[in-house]
Each structure stands twice: as structure tokens, then as C-alpha cells.
Design a binder for this molecule. Structure first.
Ligand code: GTP
Ligand code: MG
Length: 167
């Protein structure tokens, strides 16, 4: 018998603009997710872990507010995959995606990145295809409702697939 878990450890970071649904996304995984927040906004990090496929996945969520950029980089450092969560009902935040991607990639390198067009359950949500065009992203954009847990697992398995491809 194996003395340790045979599952390979992998770190995935969940980032995105303020209020996009990063913490809600992280909450969908594991049995005891942690959120370091004040008045509903993340000031530290989100963390959980779960065995998914053949991986032990460690999921870290960053704060979204710009004045926490050092914390964002600290939380993201060394991740093997990035999930960029966007509020599909708030196009005024889309402009932030490029700078945030740069900031996170500066500490993770050129690792797989998947975008979540989150809050698809809300009236007026912009479609994932339209968001892909609007932000000029060439990779996968997956429609999610972190609140309902729709598309969240699909997002993680897509990142794992891309990580596996790159190994
Ligand atoms: N309807 C709906 N509401 C959502 C969804 N995801 C998150 N929310 C709500 O949006 C608000 C912000 O969600 P959070 O998960 O705290 O957002 P965040 O990105 O972690 O925010 P910061 O850490 O402050 O940057 C909360 O009221 C959530 O319940 C979703 O998919 N659908
Ligand atoms: Mg948060």
C-alpha cells in the first residue's frame, strides 16, 4: 500500500476583478473552504482543496481590489494554472482583465489560463462568446454560475486538461 496519496499536487489560482465571484467559485470545492474577508470582500485569500481526477488540487483565490495587488501576486505565486473570473453583467470591469493577467503571469509564468464568464444565471448576462470577443482572448471562455455551482467543475477540469497537455 502507498504510504502517501498517489495524487499529484497542483496549485490553481482563481483571480479576477473585484466582486466577480472568485470567493463564490472557490467555495464550490472541498469540504472546509477558507475565506479571509472583511465585510464581504476578500482581503487575504480563499483556499480549498479537493481530489479531482488524478490530481490533489489546491485552489487559491486572490482578492480583487487593486490596492491588494501585492497580495494577489503573493497568493498566485507558483500556480500551474489560472482561472480568470469575470462578472458577465458588469462590462465596465472587462478592461481590468489584461493588466490583471499580466500581474498574475509575472509570478506564475506562461501557464494555462481559462476565463469564466460568471453570473450567467443573472438577467442581462453577456454570453461567453461575446465576452471572448470583447476581451480579445484566444483561449477557452466558459459560462459559469459560481452561485449555483454551474460550470465550476468543468472549468477546473479544463485547466487540468491544459496543464496535463503542457507537461
Ligand atoms: N447571481 C450570482 N451572484 C454571484 C455569482 N457569483 C458570485 N455572486 C455574488 O456576487 C457577490 C460577490 O461575490 P464574491 O465571490 O464575494 O466575489 P469576489 O470576486 O470574491 O469579490 P472580492 O474578493 O471582493 O474581489 C456576492 O454577493 C456573491 O454571492 C453568480 O454566479 N451568480
Ligand atoms: Mg473574494
Amino acid at each position: 500500500m502507498e504510504p502517501h496519496s498517489p495524487n499529484q499536487d497542483v496549485k490553481i489560482v482563481v483571480t479576477g476583478p473585484y466582486n466577480a465571484g472568485k470567493s463564490e467559485f472557490v467555495q464550490r470545492f472541498g469540504t472546509k473552504p477558507i475565506n479571509v474577508a472583511v465585510n464581504g470582500t476578500t482581503v487575504g485569500l480563499d483556499f480549498t482543496h479537493e481530489i479531482i481526477e488524478d490530481y490533489h488540487v489546491h485552489i487559491f483565490g486572490t482578492p480583487g481590489q487593486d490596492h491588494f495587488k501585492d497580495v494577489q501576486q503573493c497568493v498566485a505565486r507558483g500556480a500551474s494554472g489560472i482561472i480568470m473570473v469575470i462578472d458577465s453583467t458588469d462590462p465596465s470591469t472587462f478592461i481590468q482583465v489584461e493588466a490583471l493577467t499580466k500581474r498574475i503571469k509575472a509570478v506564475c509564468g506562461r501557464v494555462p489560463l481559462v476565463v469564466c464568464a460568471n453570473k450567467q444565471d443573472k438577467d442581462g448576462a453577456i454570453s461567453p462568446d461575446r465576452i471572448k470577443q470583447m476581451i480579445g482572448f484566444k483561449g477557452k471562455v466558459i459560462g459559469t454560475s459560481a452561485l449555483r455551482g454551474e460550470g465550476t467543475k468543468t472549468t477546473i477540469t479544463e485547466v487540468l486538461k491544459q496543464i496535463r497537455k503542457g507537461q
